[in-house]
Ligand binder design. Structure first.
Ligand code: SAH
Length: 472
């Protein structure tokens, strides 16, 4: 996320004079910030060169020091704000500077929402050559705090103390997160207690360099609708010393836990989960609801991180899809099938396609649990299965796509242009790839509507739902 190669390049202002001035690391400068980049940094120009300044806001004049110079851009750190934006606020989190988990806490929430809308507009101008794209105001949260249902914190030892948190941006230093304001309080309370119990019982954290110790990661998850909570301990070893005492202490101090699970990951990897999961105490999963739908979340099952906004997102998908009850709808990149199941009551038939077999198994179980008799889920590549079905005469009326950040595969775009469903509903977490894909789909489709939804307040993430309709 923070890699500078991913910096968005904005169009350069035309009225500045050409200059050969080279920027050097350490150089100080005064800049006017024009817009926000995709990682939440301020974007300014110095002698026509684009400069990214972390924590600077649009409209501000800032004093900055160059830290990195590349051919097409430079990165500078904020030294002083000379003229302050009215949107600048004091970040409420005391760990804001160290942590880096949120990159926009220094910006008023309403301004964050407006800047996310602006970012989507800019992407569509740049990559889809749309002068006035139909982008609605971002749908935000009434209370944009405590929204995350899962805390997944690395465990380590610092100055002799057991800590759990996130790595500081661009470093291997853990920031001990005793609290976190974007997390649901239940999740951080579980982490705090787990940390204390592990310390008291002398159960050591895993140390990557030495490859010694036990506990790698603690994962605390809460179901918003039912209040049920789960703790997963990811360990490097299959054995946990003093495990009986550990379970007893956790149960006594956290009576709200319904599930304690161990996952074993002995590998030298930054991937969190290993292949083996076993129950230490209680149930293997927790029960969650999203609107009318119920889900059973096992330790590794994927679930959206912000349930409140997920419902708004899915309702936008429903609204935009405009179903009448007679349609065949495909949910491509369906994960555990939540979008297909959300829409199943309003369509004739829904079919999901997903690459990961375990996710498809979950989707099938979810369909059964929710008695969605008109939903089926298939393992495979969307770009392979959809055209195959089309050749067999199975042609969708509406196609929903929700791809990873890289956007749609070229083969999928080609097959959408051949199969030509009446409507394409695109759910995207990356405005740049979204805009590039829209540009290609415009060969047969018209962009009708773009709705940004704020899934991760105080971070630079932007999620969008868009509607494209077939021409003719
Ligand atoms: N729609 C889901 C989330 C989807 S995330 C929800 O709302 O919960 C994107 C998913 O696309 C991932 O589960 C990933 O495994 C899957 N995926 C990636 N490439 C794919 C491909 N070529 N065909 C089908 N699924 C793919």
């Amino acid at each position: 996320m923070k890699s500078s190669s991913k910096h968005q390049k904005n169009p350069r202002p035309r009225n500045e004079k050409q200059s050969d001035t080279k920027l050097t690391v350490g150089q100080q400068m005064t800049l006017t910030i024009k817009s926000l980049g995709i990682n939440g940094e301020g974007i300014g120009y110095f002698k026509r060169k684009i400069v990214f300044v972390e924590k600077a806001l649009p409209g501000e004049v800032v004093h900055a020091e160059v830290t990195e110079v590349k051919e097409k851009f430079a990165v500078a750190k904020l030294v002083r704000v000379v003229e302050k934006s009215p949107a600048r606020i004091e970040p409420p989190c005391p760990l804001y500077e160290e942590c880096g988990g949120c990159s926009l806490q220094h910006m008023d929430y309403q301004a964050q929402l407006a800047s996310k809308q602006e970012l989507v507009i800019e992407s569509l101008r740049k990559y889809a050559r749309l002068e006035n794209p139909p982008v609605a105001p971002t749908i935000g949260m009434e209370n944009p705090w405590g929204y995350r249902n899962k805390a997944q914190f690395q465990v380590g030892r610092q100055n002799g103390k057991l800590v759990a948190g996130l790595y500081q941006t661009g470093s291997h230093q853990l920031v001990d997160l005793e609290t976190c304001q974007v997390q649901h309080e239940a999740t951080t309370a579980i982490v705090r207690t787990a940390k204390a119990v592990l310390e008291e019982l002398g159960i050591p954290p895993y140390e990557e360099r030495k490859r010694t110790g036990v506990i790698r990661t603690v994962v605390a998850r809460v179901a918003f609708a039912t209040g049920e909570t789960q703790l997963t301990l990811v360990t490097a070893t299959p054995e946990i010393p003093r495990v009986k005492e550990l379970i007893l202490e956790l149960r006594t101090r956290l009576p709200e836990l319904v599930s304690i699970v161990q996952n074993v990951n002995p590998k030298k990897t930054s991937v969190v989960f290993g292949d083996t999961t076993r129950e230490l105490w209680g149930r293997p999963s927790i029960a969650e609801k999203l609107g009318e739908l119920s889900f059973d979340l096992s330790a590794r099952a994927f679930f959206q991180l912000n349930p409140e906004q997920t419902q708004k997102l899915y309702n936008e998908v429903k609204k935009i899809a405009g179903l009448t009850g007679s349609e065949l709808l495909l949910d491509l990149y369906c994960g555990t099938g939540t979008i297909a199941l959300w829409l199943a009551p309003y369509a004739r038939e829904v079919r999901g396609i997903e690459l990961i077999p375990e996710a498809v198994e979950d989707a099938r179980k979810n369909a059964e649990r929710n008695q969605a008799a008109n939903a089926q889920f298939h393992v495979g590549r969307a770009e392979v299965l959809m055209p195959k079905w089309a050749r067999q005469g199975i042609k969708p009326d509406v196609v929903v796509v929700d791809p990873p950040r890289t956007g749609l595969d070229d083969a999928l775009i080609r097959s959408l242009l051949e199969v030509t469903p009446k409507k394409i509903v695109y759910v995207s977490c990356n405005p740049s790839t979204l805009a590039k894909d829209i540009a290609k789909l415009m060969a047969r489709y018209e962009l009708v509507q773009v709705q940004p939804v704020d899934m991760f307040p105080h971070t630079a993430h932007v999620e969008c739902v868009i509607l494209m309709e077939r021409r003719g």
